[in-house]
Write a protein that binds this ligand. Structure first.
Ligand SMILES: Nc1ncnc2c1ncn2[C@@H]1O[C@H](COP(=O)(O)OP(=O)(O)OP(=O)(O)O)[C@@H](O)[C@H]1O
Ligand SMILES: [Mg+2]
Length: 338
């Protein structure tokens, strides 16, 4: 449905995107993450036809946007709905008229566009708010109106740029639930740009990490999230912050760090990738390391698989080496952590 091939975008001397290949099948929810300046907005602007790629192709539903101009481009853009962080509703119009607005521009008759707008507001759960003005709606409700408006032209693709960044967590959950149900109900393909890993975890089927304008990682969420040792996997299922005071006291001389004698302990991080927590604990126990050595853990079940990480704290380097060896022998990914 969304097909990017060899996409490159250069601004003056700045390479914003380089060699981007990406396919998002119809009906999939795909997340794009990356640090500030990674090229996320440029990517979405290329997808909307607002920005013309330096080279490469951008196709939506088989139509190459880079081939189009004028009316062809306008027509192709009708198959794309956009949702932004801040919705930008027209304050002087009711929710109903805001949703009907793009249809008015497209020349749809009044009766038809108001009926369509009413139906869409019903779908986003605002059937009883059609006559409210934006000032009478909460942030989450406004975002729903924005989503209904994005759906007015019956797009095949919904592009969402930080759709929940301005919302609190329970409203975020509602909006994400809505996006998922729209996909289920309308079969729409969704691309979400976000800096919130929780958004990726909650609703994305697949994810791409952009770094310096390139695809650093892409794949199905369940695969990416369970890849051992991957930074993206660590970001997706982060360990809770660890207080230094909670670390086990170091006992061996090796662990004394520097002239000041700051004691460090030995941390071992285990990835639950294709393995399960009980298996990890059994291997640890085989070398005399019990659950009390667990300093922190983050475990989730995604598509029936346990994913996440466990961090053990051990008093000596010898113990940590022994634990890593035992885990590796059992086929479990383990590494020393800083
Ligand atoms: N119109 C422009 N002219 C010149 N350089 C640009 C332009 N737009 C983007 N860039 C550059 O391209 C790179 C990618 O920018 P982009 O806005 O796509 O990043 P981003 O991932 O969206 O970042 P953020 O998370 O901060 O929004 C940056 O180095 C930026 O300075
Ligand atoms: Mg941006």
């Amino acid at each position: 449905m969304i097909e990017l091939r060899g996409l490159r975008k250069v601004f003056g001397g700045t390479v914003a995107l380089e060699q981007i290949d990406l396919s998002v099948p119809a009906g999939e929810i795909h997340g794009i993450v990356g640090r500030s300046g990674a090229g996320k907005s440029t990517l979405i602007r290329c997808l909307t036809g607002l920005e013309r790629p330096t080279s490469g192709t951008v196709a939506i539903d088989g139509v190459d946007l880079t081939d189009q101009s004028g009316s062809g481009l306008r027509e192709a853009r009708r198959s794309i709905g956009m949702v932004f962080q801040h919705v930008n509703l027209l304050d002087s119009r009711t929710a109903l008229k805001n949703v009907a607005h793009p249809l008015q521009i497209a020349g749809v008759s009044k009766a038809e566009r108001l009926a369509k707008a009413r139906e869409l507001l019903e779908i986003v759960g605002l059937g009883d708010r059609v006559d409210n003005y934006p000032a009478q709606l909460s942030g989450g409700q406004k975002q729903r109106v924005g989503i209904a408006r994005a759906l007015a032209a019956e797009p095949k693709v919904l592009l969402c740029d930080e759709p929940t960044s301005a919302l609190d967590s329970s409203t975020t959950d509602q909006i994400l639930g809505l996006i998922r149900s729209l996909r289920d109900r309308l079969g729409i393909t969704v691309l979400i740009i976000t800096h919130e890993m929780s958004v990726i975890r909650e609703i994305c089927d697949s994810v791409t990490l952009l770094a310096d304008g390139r695809v650093a990682k892409t794949g199905k969420l369940a695969e990416v999230i369970s890849e051992p040792g991957s930074d993206l996997a660590k970001d997706l299922v982060p360990l809770p912050p660890i207080s230094l005071d909670d670390r086990a006291p170091a006992e061996d001389t090796e662990a004394v760090d520097g002239a000041a004698g700051n004691r460090t302990n030995h941390l071992v991080e285990v990835a639950l990738a294709g393995t399960t927590l009980p298996k990890v604990l059994t291997s640890a126990q085989s070398v005399g390391v019990g659950a009390e050595a667990i300093l922190a853990g983050a475990v989730e079940t995604i598509e029936g698989r346990q994913v996440g990480r466990i961090r053990f704290t051990l008093a000596t380097a010898a113990e940590s080496k022994e634990l890593i060896t035992a885990l590796k022998a059992a086929g479990i990914y383990a590494e020393e952590a800083a």
